[in-house]
Design a protein around this ligand. Structure first.
Ligand SMILES: *Cc1c(COP(=O)(O)O)cnc(C)c1O
Ligand SMILES: [Zn+2]
Length: 466
């Protein structure tokens, strides 16, 4: 229970503050049950005194730890010895300005940026965290690693296992809405895939029990090492903006690991004097899985200096149970009603003067079509960030001249079913594939033109439609 070394694990509750060695495997504090942070003795570690210093690594493409968009910042997540780090070239992701999406949101045309995390090796931002958790698993000698997943965490874990040959992947998915894009990755990469009769929240509960019981290393975002890797998404955003802090970071919220890690990144950078202000954070839930929105915006739940009002959370969960309410949204990656990182996320909201909004499936799919129309494309959950930014702009919370970065968390090809159904001309077909969700597909649909197999008919149809 004592802090040893320059990096250690620490209970997030200031009133407890218990510390644990980084060599231990745990996802909560023994003393009080709260989540853990990875903390550092910065005085003795002496990190660089300017973020610009990291640019010197750009050219060293032959060194895997410099090529990785996570580990070239390793002085800011120094918990692993270099020889234990497992990297597959994650985090080489670009920040793209988008005039089209700026217009859709209602921002001045050069103010909107999309951080394209779909460009990661497994196609989602999860690789940023997985390389960190996986390296820790390797440090402590794990032979099997497990996660519950709506699809992307499992794709990422399966890929790290498959490429490194260091561990076996054991993944738990619900029997509901996992997209074929994601499931196909886990199967291809050879993960032991357990499909349980239940949803993500059920799978999450089970994987925690199983990993405890069988001593399997857990890589869900309750794992504090995951979040260390995800901090670097913000470092790359800053880097692309020539180290200028934007006004807003907008991110979808599911299990709330990403938003929590962003808050930690900015508060550490501020504490280290590497930035002079923090951006504001906007976290966007799907309306069908809006626990954070409900608790933060409607019931006044706050971090409150490390004393969040447990009664508010408990009574909300009791209501969900009583009503038998399950998360339900087309944005399957954020279809989560019991976010495991709730407390850390509340802290991030406080540190970054944050707000939470919820977007309907209609808003999400319309926003997604606009991201696609500007060229990058993303999966539905990712577009919640764009839908949320639009909403906040309309409310006047975001000003037209503010610089806004939306995180595109996953690749367009992760969930082609949703995209094709949106663009399809037939509402009945949409309902058949995706269930009736009150989504009006007409908004920005680019329908396939149905035409007979006849030369003249095809010519007429092209002339008619172009
Ligand atoms: C995991 C995931 C999210 C949710 O991130 P959290 O850290 O769980 O809040 C959002 N979008 C995509 C594509 C994801 O894979
Ligand atoms: Zn504690």
């Amino acid at each position: 229970m004592t802090k040893t070394g320059l990096a250690f694990q620490q209970c997030i509750m200031p009133g407890c503050g218990a510390t644990y060695d980084v060599g231990e495997v745990r996802t909560s504090c023994d003393k009080c049950g709260a989540l853990l942070d990875i903390a550092y003795d910065w005085d003795r570690l002496a990190p660089p005194d300017s973020l610009k210093w990291f640019e010197s690594k750009w050219s060293r493409r032959n060194e895997p730890l410099c090529r990785s968009g996570v580990w070239r910042f390793r002085e800011l997540l120094p918990f692993a010895p270099a020889e234990k780090i497992v990297t597959i070239g994650e985090g080489q992701t670009p920040l793209h300005p988008s005039v089209g999406v700026a217009k859709y949101i209602g921002l001045e045309q050069d103010k909107l940026f999309l951080q394209y995390e779909g460009m990661n090796p497994s196609g989602s931002f999860k690789d940023n965290g997985m390389t960190a958790a996986f390296s820790h698993a390797h440090m402590i000698g794990a032979k099997r690693a497990a996660c519950a997943s709506t699809g992307n965490t499992s794709a990422s874990l399966a890929l790290y296992c498959c490429m490194s040959k260091l561990m076996q992947a054991v993944i738990f998915i619900g029997s509901g809405k996992i997209s074929y894009g994601k499931l196909s990755q886990a199967l291809d990469y050879g993960a032991l895939t357990m499909q349980i009769a239940g949803d993500f929240d059920d799978a999450m509960q089970r994987v925690r029990e199983i990993s405890q019981k069988l001593g399997i290393y857990l890589v869900n975002s309750v794992n504090p090492f995951r979040l260390e890797g995800q901090k670097t998404i913000m470092l790359r955003v800053l880097e692309s903006l020539d180290w200028e802090v934007p006004d807003w970071i907008v991110v979808p919220g599911g299990n709330l690991g990403n938003s929590s890690s962003f808050g930690k990144a900015f508060s550490e950078l501020k504490e280290l004097g590497l930035i002079d202000r923090v951006p504001r954070l906007a976290i966007i839930n799907a309306a069908g899985a809006d626990t954070l929105f409900e608790l933060h915006e409607n019931r006044g739940l706050r971090w409150n200096g490390g004393n969040p009002d447990r009664k508010i959370v408990d009574s909300y969960h009791a209501e969900l149970d009583a009503a038998g309410q399950r998360a339900d949204t087309i944005a399957s990656a954020i279809e989560i009603n019991r976010p495991v990182n709730l407390d850390k996320c509340l802290r991030a909201l406080e540190q970054c003067h944050g707000v939470v909004r919820e977007a309907t499936d209609q808003q999400i799919l319309d926003a997604k079509s606009q991201v696609g129309a500007s060229g990058l494309g993303c999966e539905p959950a990712s577009a919640a960030s764009v839908a949320g930014a639009k909403m906040l702009r309309e409310e006047g919370v975001i000003e037209p001249g503010e610089r806004v970065v939306c995180i595109l968390t996953g690749h367009q090809l992760k969930d082609p079913t949703a995209t094709v159904a949106y663009h399809t001309s037939d509402q009945a077909e949409f309902n058949r594939v995706l269930g009736s969700r009150g989504v009006n597909t007409a908004a920005y649909a680019n329908r396939a033109v149905q035409v007979e197999n006849d030369l003249d008919a095809i010519v007429r149809a092209i002339q008619l439609n172009s």
